[in-house]
Design a protein around this ligand. Structure first.
Ligand SMILES: NC(=O)c1ccc[n+]([C@@H]2O[C@H](COP(=O)([O-])OP(=O)(O)OC[C@H]3O[C@@H](n4cnc5c(N)ncnc54)[C@H](OP(=O)(O)O)[C@@H]3O)[C@@H](O)[C@H]2O)c1
Length: 323
């Protein structure tokens, strides 16, 4: 009997959980129960999970006024893996299917050998990439899609400024904006300029050596992935009637009204339809996941510390199990 089969039989698995909010020291790689599945759930045997900044924000308790998580809590809300079991009402998937998902952030997450994911939150994994690459896509990809294409209504020929073009969300946003036929301007450190060009940016602004607001103007859409002063300065680069979409904090509606512009805030939800679109683009060679760092699940504290530096390039992925 394999280790994994033995754990399933025992109904225990390895997971990274927290029992209290705090710094990286609260992360525990430990035994946890294999989740029970509801009739509309898939039980996914995870091959890879990815790290998003929201993971350490939840770990630190920053979202506790928004989300009431019970403890202990398994962190992580991106997974790629294989369907191990299905609930009685599941129709789109069967045991053995390779799937990827950004599951419900209200439930236990994906830093675990087995994850319960609603059928409505999963899609078939892109065929042409590994589980490690697929795990990097769901949360960041849905975010970039919702911000640029849904909230921002980005159209061909429009000019878009994407902050943090080398980041997890930004590296996908640059590619989606390019595919939309937009003129893409992105900010990045000089060391990431070549990468961001290769993703399809027309202009890359080194935000450390010059203020982006001195270098950019007449933009139809700004995608704010930074907040604070960056969001404030972003109004000045927009055209009249332009739109500022943030994933950090809601832009001031008073400011937008006074300037004759639009402001929108996006906080993403699971979305299987967008996952299927992303998978299709990947398999057509039109979207490329960027995995900048990989860690074993038990080394998650190192992965969080790296994410918290704000210097990650593309996504940080955790290996969980065998494909
Ligand atoms: N509302 C939502 O639903 C939602 C969804 C996803 C993410 N988020 C949030 O969005 C933010 C970005 O997420 P992410 O996953 O893309 O983060 P990330 O991958 O950790 O971002 C790292 C990147 O940020 C860049 N960066 C740091 N400071 C910058 C600045 N002042 N200007 C431009 N670039 C800067 C760095 O670029 P260089 O190394 O090139 O300097 C690095 O490549 C996080 O705060 C996350 O929590 C919100």
């Amino acid at each position: 009997m394999t280790t994994s089969a033995r754990r399933t039989a025992l109904r225990t698995m390895k997971a990274v959980r927290i029992h209290e909010y705090g710094n990286g020291n609260v992360l525990r790689y430990e035994d946890a129960p294999v989740p029970d599945i509801a009739p509309d759930d898939l039980l996914v045997r995870a091959v890879a999970a990815s790290v998003n900044p929201v993971d350490w924000k939840v770990r630190e308790g920053h979202l506790r006024s928004m989300i009431r998580h019970p403890m202990p809590l398994t962190l992580g809300w991106d997974v790629s893996g294989v369907v191990e079991a299905i609930g009685a009402e599941v129709t789109r998937f069967k045991v053995g299917d390779a799937v990827f998902s950004r599951p419900d952030i209200q439930r236990n997450g994906t830093y675990a050998e087995y994850v319960a994911v609603r059928e409505s939150e999963a899609a078939h994994k892109p065929r042409t990439i590994s589980h490690v690459e697929a795990a990097s896509l769901p949360l960041a990809g849905i975010t970039a899609w919702e911000a640029l294409l849904a909230a921002g209504r980005l159209a061909a020929q429009q000019r878009v400024l994407i902050h943090a073009g080398a980041g997890g969300v930004g590296s996908l946003a640059v590619q989606l904006a390019r595919a939309q036929g937009a003129h893409v301007i992105a900010t990045a450190s000089a060391s990431n300029r070549a990468l961001v060009w290769s993703l399809g940016a027309d202009e890359v602004i080194d935000y450390r050596s010059q203020r982006f607001s001195d270098a950019v103007r007449d933009v139809d859409l700004v995608f704010d992935t930074i907040g604070g002063e960056t969001q404030e300065l972003s109004w000045s680069v927009l055209k009249p009637g332009g739109t500022l979409v943030s994933i950090i904090s809601p832009p001031s509606q008073d400011r937008a009204l006074a300037l004759g512009m639009h402001g929108a805030f996006v906080f993403i939800e699971p979305n299987a339809a967008i996952l299927a679109e992303l998978a299709g683009r990947v398999d057509m060679g039109k979207l490329r996941p960027i995995v900048g760092a990989e860690f074993a699940l038990e080394d998650v504290a190192k992965a969080h510390a790296f994410s918290e530096t704000g210097r990650a390039v593309g996504k940080i992925v955790l290996y969980v199990g065998r494909p």
